[in-house]
Design a protein around this ligand. Structure first.
Ligand code: URA
Length: 434
């Protein structure tokens, strides 16, 4: 078999056979297919697509490219959650400790930023000393003792996806349904959880811009999960504006901490409760989502969820003092407001552009080798439907570089649109697929 021929076959609309996909993934993981040929293949897939059969074969080939974690030493039904990627999506930071605070074993595998979207691992690294390269033994021990562990993708867990994810991130080949479905599900199948809740984002800030595409992606992932014997549900949620107010690594951690103390933005709290209720029911800790939501709200209000968050930070090498005093977390040298130039109502926020502004400030990667500036980003003061007066701040930009700050201010102003009538609010939760 030869990679050149497979690239040309895909480019001409051909369907790759299981043997060809298995070979390609095995050879790429072993370093015998160079990145430039795999980039060409990924781009061909973006233009031509993959069938459901190819997507399933790619998922299984990537899941089996390394170890399949055995979590049977963890007591209870293990649950995991994964987002397809959004802007300001700090859901896991709140959801994982919240669900764990009910005694549900949260065995979570997370990723780094991808394209214009942020990643949980990068955000958590805002805590001094925090690490996610847990050994399987540590991972299991932490879930058994404090009910929560969040691990990054180790070299041995779906290594093919790890390499491809980093490659897609910098070659403009992220937003393809089969590539997203196989990337997410390969990790979830390899990481051993029994129940999985997928947060499928739709809208301008998501990879799936339309609701139809998001639904197709959700159905594809749920069906791959079922084939593999997992209990999978998908929630389709709005990404036509950033989730919450903060966008950028440490800024999002600070907002997550406020949410864990019951002082977070309404949309973030609502999403966390919806996803958390489904996870809690899957784990058998509540009869139905109404009972689960009551338990979760109680845990937020009583401060139990925040206590679990601090225990989790400590268990993975971080300093829980930084959670008690978020002002100790990274903070940018320059913080400047961008003010409205007219009165009106916010009718639209170009969400992908907000993610790209964060990248411009240094909050994401431009190449595989780029280092992230954890301190930078934006905090939105106005969201869709809000009334604005000329001169009022729309957002505050956090920057480390004055040149990037002024470019970000200009682009932020262009990312907002206004009308004179208050626009109708769109629902945050669009659909739930089980
Ligand atoms: N999250 C992933 O893990 N992979 C993707 O391709 C997109 C979002």
């Amino acid at each position: 078999m030869n990679m050149y021929e497979l690239i040309v076959k895909k480019k001409r609309g051909g369907e790759l056979a299981k043997g060809e996909i298995d070979w390609m993934i095995r050879e790429y993981t072993a370093g015998r297919i160079p990145d430039y040929q795999m980039s060409a293949m990924m781009m061909a897939v973006c233009f031509v697509g993959m069938s459901a059969e190819e997507t399933k074969d790619l998922t299984l080939a990537m899941a089996h490219s390394g170890d399949m974690l055995d979590l049977s030493a963890i007591r209870g039904i293990k649950v995991d959650k994964h987002s397809t990627g959004g802007v300001g999506d700090k859901t896991t930071l709140v959801l994982a400790p919240l669900v764990a605070s009910l005694g549900v074993p949260v065995a979570k595998m997370s990723g780094r930023g991808l394209g214009h979207t942020g990643g949980t691992i990068d955000k958590l690294e805002s805590f001094t000393g925090f690490y996610t390269d847990l050994t399987p033994e540590q991972f299991i021990r932490n879930v058994n003792t404090i009910h929560i562990a969040v691990a990054g993708q180790t070299a041995n867990l779906a290594p093919a996806d790890k390499k491809l994810y980093a490659l897609r991130d910098v070659t403009g080949t992220v937003d393809q349904m089969s590539l997203i479905a196989s990337s997410i599900m390969s990790k979830k199948l390899a990481s051993g959880a029994d129940g999985i809740v997928l947060d499928v984002k739709t809208g301008d800030g998501a990879f799936m811009k339309s609701l139809d595409d998001a639904r197709a992606l959700a159905e594809e992932m749920v069906s791959i999960g079922k084939l593999a014997g997992k209990d999978v549900s998908a929630v389709i949620s709005d990404m036509d504006q950033p989730l919450g107010s903060a966008v950028g690594n440490a800024l999002e951690v600070k907002e997550a901490i406020r949410t864990l103390k019951g002082q977070g933005p309404e949309d973030l709290e609502q999403l966390v409760l919806v996803l958390g209720s489904i996870m809690t029911v899957k784990a058998g800790r509540a009869e139905n989502t109404e009972e689960a939501e009551r338990l979760l709200r109680d845990s937020l209000e009583s401060g139990r969820a925040f206590e679990v968050f601090k225990a989790f930070i400590r268990a993975q090498g971080g300093d829980p003092e930084e959670a008690e005093h978020p002002e100790l977390l990274p903070s940018a040298a320059y913080q400047e407001a961008v003010c409205a130039e007219r009165d009106g109502f916010v009718s639209d926020i170009r969400t992908e552009e907000i993610g790209r502004i964060c990248l411009l400030l240094g909050g994401g990667r431009e190449t595989k080798e780029s280092a992230i500036d954890l301190s930078v980003g934006l905090v939105l003061c106005k969201k869709k439907g809000d009334a604005v007066k000329k001169g009022e701040p729309l957002a505050v930009i956090h920057a480390s570089d004055p040149g990037k700050l002024s470019e970000a201010k200009k682009r932020l102003l262009e990312a907002y649109e206004f009308t004179s009538q208050k626009p109708e609010a769109a629902p945050l939760i669009k659909d739930i697929i089980s």
